[in-house]
Design a protein. Structure first.
Lengths: 297, 297
C-alpha cells in the first residue's frame, strides 16, 4: 500500500465522519437554536479526526462494518470536541483560537460554551447507545462503559485536572507520562478499542491493541509538544508557543528538542512492533502511526 | 399505608442511595485526589434524592430488584449533581450556596468545578453501563440512550440554555412550561422510566408513567418557584429570592401566588390520576407526589 493510497483512505473516512457527525447533531431549526448552532460550530468542518481514523483503522483489521465504525467514531470524536470547548474556557486554558476559528466562548459566550460542552458529552453517549445491528448488546454496553471510563476522572477529565495542578511546577518524566496517558491516551485507546470491539476482536487481540494505543497516545503528545514549540499559529490553527508561555511542563522542556524527536521515533517504532501480530491487516494503523509522527498541525 | 410508613421507606432509600453513591465515586486516595475529593464533596451528604426516590418508587410497581434500581438511581442523581455544579458557576447562575454548603467553585475553584461536573457526567454513564444482571442488555442500551437524551440539548442542558436566554424577558406560560419540561422534567421522567424499565414495564405502562412524570416535572418546578419566593435561605440550603433578584420569569411572577398554589394542587391531582391504572402498586409514587407538594426545601 502506498502513501497515496493512505491519503485516499484518510480523506474518505474523514468525509464519512463529517457527514455522520452532521447527522448526529440536532438541526439548527431545533429549539434551543442558538445552542444547536454553537454545537455545530465547534464540531463540524474542523479537526484531523485522528480518533475516528484510529477507530476505523482498528476496525478494518477485523473487517468491521463501516456504518457501525462511523457511529462509535462519532461518539469518541464528540467527547474530544466537548473537551476542547471546555479546555479553552477562561477558567481553564483561556484560549481564543481553535481549528483556525474563534473558540466557542469567544464566538458565543461563556455560558453557551459551558452548555455546548455539557450537551456534547451527553450527545456522545446518546450516539454510542443507538441501535448497532452488527454488535451484541452486551458488547455495546461494555463499549459504553469503556468510553465513559476513558472520558472521566480516571481518564481524560482526570488528566486535565493533573495538567492544571502541574502548571508552573517541575514534573518528573514519569509524572508527565501519567498525565498524558490519562489526558490524551485514554481516549485514543478508547477509539482504537471501540473499533476492535465493533469488529469482534478477542481478548488477546484487544490486549495487543492496548499496547499499540498506549504508545500512540504518548507519541501523539510528544509530537504535540514539538509542534507547539516549532510550528506557527497559522499552521496549527490554534495558539502556538502556549506551553512555554504558560510555564507548562512538556516533553520539550524536560528532554530538549533533540531527545524529544528521538523519543517520538522510538514510540513510533514500538507502536509499529505492537502491530506485528496482525500482519498486513493492520496496514491502516501502521500508516496512521507514520501520519501522526509526520503531521505538521 | 400511612405517612409514617412513607417516611420510613424514604429514609431507607436515601440511605441505600448514599452508600451506593459512595461506592460509585472513586476514593479520595485515587489520583487526581483533589478532583475526587471535590466530586465527593458535591455528591455526598446532601440533597433530597428526589430522582432516586422516583426511580425506586416506579420500580417497585413492577417489583424490580433493589440493587438494579440503586444503580440506575445513582446514574440519574449523578447527572443531576453535575448540572447543579455547572449551574452554580459564575458564567451561569453565579451562586455561592448549595445544599447548605459553599458551592464547588467557591470551596475549590472554577476550573475544578468545571472538571467535577464533566467527570460526574462521565461517571453517570459509567455507572449506568455496569453489568445489570436482571435486565436484558438490549434494554440497558436503550436505558443509556434515554438517560443521555434526557441530559442533553433536547433535555436538561437545552432547558438550561432556554432559561439563560429567557432571563430578563417576559415569557408566555407555554414557553415557561416548555423550558421546565426540558430543564427539570426530562430528567425526572428519565428517573421514573428507568425504574420502570428495570422492572420490565411494557409499552402501555411506560406510556402511563410518561404522563405521570410529565405532571410531576412541572409540579416540582411550580413548588420550587413558590419556595424560592416564600422560604428562607436557611431552610432552602440555597440562596432564596434569587428568581426575583435575577429577573427570571417564574410561575409566581406569571400567575401570582394564589394561582401558582392552585396550579400545584391541580398538577398533583393529575399526577395521582395518571397512577390509577397501577392501583395499589403505585402507592410510593402517589405518596411521593404528596411529598413533592408538601416539601419545605
Amino acid at each position: 500500500m502506498t502513501q497515496v493510497d493512505f491519503l485516499t483512505w484518510q480523506i474518505s473516512i474523514q468525509q464519512r465522519i463529517e457527514s455522520a457527525l452532521d447527522a448526529c447533531l440536532p438541526p439548527t431549526t431545533c429549539h434551543p437554536t442558538r445552542l444547536h448552532q454553537a454545537m455545530r460550530y465547534v464540531t463540524l468542518e474542523g479537526g484531523k479526526r485522528v480518533r475516528p481514523l484510529l477507530c476505523h483503522a482498528a476496525g478494518e483489521i477485523f473487517s468491521a462494518p463501516l456504518v457501525a465504525l462511523d457511529q462509535m467514531s462519532c461518539a469518541v470524536e464528540i467527547i474530544h470536541v466537548y473537551s476542547l470547548v471546555h479546555d479553552d474556557l477562561p477558567a481553564m486554558d483561556n484560549d481564543v483560537l481553535r481549528r483556525g476559528k474563534p473558540t466557542c466562548h469567544v464566538k458565543y459566550d461563556e455560558a453557551t460554551a459551558l452548555l455546548v460542552g455539557d450537551a456534547l458529552q451527553s450527545l456522545a453517549f446518546h450516539v454510542a447507545a443507538q441501535p448497532l445491528a452488527s454488535v451484541p448488546a452486551e458488547t455495546q454496553v461494555a463499549m459504553l462503559g469503556l468510553l465513559a471510563n476513558a472520558a472521566g476522572s480516571r481518564g481524560m477529565a482526570g488528566g486535565q485536572a493533573i495538567d492544571l495542578e502541574s502548571t508552573g511546577k517541575s514534573l518528573e518524566i514519569v509524572e508527565l507520562e501519567f498525565m498524558h496517558l490519562q489526558k490524551t491516551g485514554q481516549l485514543i485507546q478508547a477509539a482504537t478499542l471501540l473499533g476492535a470491539h465493533v469488529g469482534g476482536a478477542n481478548a488477546q487481540q484487544v490486549q495487543n491493541l492496548v499496547r499499540f494505543a498506549n504508545r500512540i497516545g504518548l507519541l501523539f503528545q510528544v509530537v504535540d509538544d514539538i509542534l507547539d514549540a516549532e510550528a506557527s499559529t497559522e499552521v496549527l490553527g490554534k495558539t502556538a508557543g502556549k506551553d512555554a508561555a504558560s510555564n507548562k511542563p512538556t516533553y520539550l522542556t524536560l528532554l530538549g528538542a533533540k531527545q524529544a524527536h528521538a523519543l517520538a521515533a522510538q514510540l513510533c517504532e514500538e507502536a509499529h512492533n505492537a502491530l506485528l501480530p496482525f500482519g498486513d491487516a493492520a496496514v491502516r494503523l501502521h500508516q496512521l502511526t507514520d501520519y501522526i509522527v509526520a503531521r505538521k498541525s
